[in-house]
Design a protein around this ligand. Structure first.
Ligand code: ITT
Length: 192
């Protein structure tokens, strides 16, 4: 099956391609197709906006991920707004901004959430969700991954997500869990 990976985030592309390798799907890029503005207030709404737009325009099943980091002491911020937190333009600037917002805060608890939607050209959609809880460091560590990975140590781990390989991150991560649920559903023929 040909499937469009509807994301402009190179880090997500790497993780999705690595995770879905075993399915035998032919994963394709957006070919310059712009994604719609994320006007939703939930991960589900935004993932559906992206996946459905790509599926309808390209006439192929399309997979989108909408995700974010929810920081306990910030009341769940930045959440669905993680990609534009503090109006900062780059991952490095957003990490510095987050560290600044959390200065002197003893509670470093946070979780990542990922909602993966596979939209079909006939309008049918499948929804899968994954979460990962952990703590935020006071400075970045590691060069791998993307986004807030250098600050985030998953529960039960000593390394940040940015100190793990793509395969190691997939085994525990929010996105890895959502994609594993998608793969199980397709293996069993039970679509969510
Ligand atoms: P697309 O919409 O094109 O897929 P995006 O980066 O704009 O790319 P989102 O709107 O879903 O995607 O924003 C998710 C943001 O949450 C992302 O930019 C990171 O800042 C953060 N994030 C999500 N998953 C992450 C992960 O696995 N590791 C680190 N940061 C992550």
């Amino acid at each position: 099956m040909r499937v469009v990976v509807a994301t402009g985030n190179a880090g997500k592309v790497r993780e999705i391609e690595e995770a879905l390798g075993g399915l035998g799907w032919r994963l394709e890029g957006l070919n310059g197709l712009p994604l719609p503005e994320e006007t939703g207030t939930t991960y589900e709404e935004n993932a559906a906006l992206k996946a459905c737009a790509a599926a309808l325009t390209m006439g192929l099943p399309a997979l989108a991920d909408d995700s974010g980091l929810e920081v306990e002491v910030l009341g769940g911020q930045p959440g669905v707004y993680s990609a534009r937190f503090g109006n900062r333009a780059t991952d490095t600037e957003r990490n510095l901004y987050l560290l600044e917002r959390m200065r002197y805060m003893a509670n470093r608890r946070a979780r990542f959430v990922s909602v993966v939607i596979l939209a079909h050209p006939d309008g049918q959609i499948e929804t899968y969700r994954g979460e990962l809880t952990g703590t935020l460091l006071e400075g970045p560590r590691g060069e791998n991954g993307f986004g807030y990975d250098p600050l985030f140590v998953p529960d039960g781990e000593t390394r940040t997500l940015a100190e793990m390989t793509v395969a190691e991150k997939r085994q525990i991560s929010h996105r890895g869990r959502a994609l594993a649920a998608l793969m199980r559903a397709h293996a069993d023929g039970r679509l969510a």
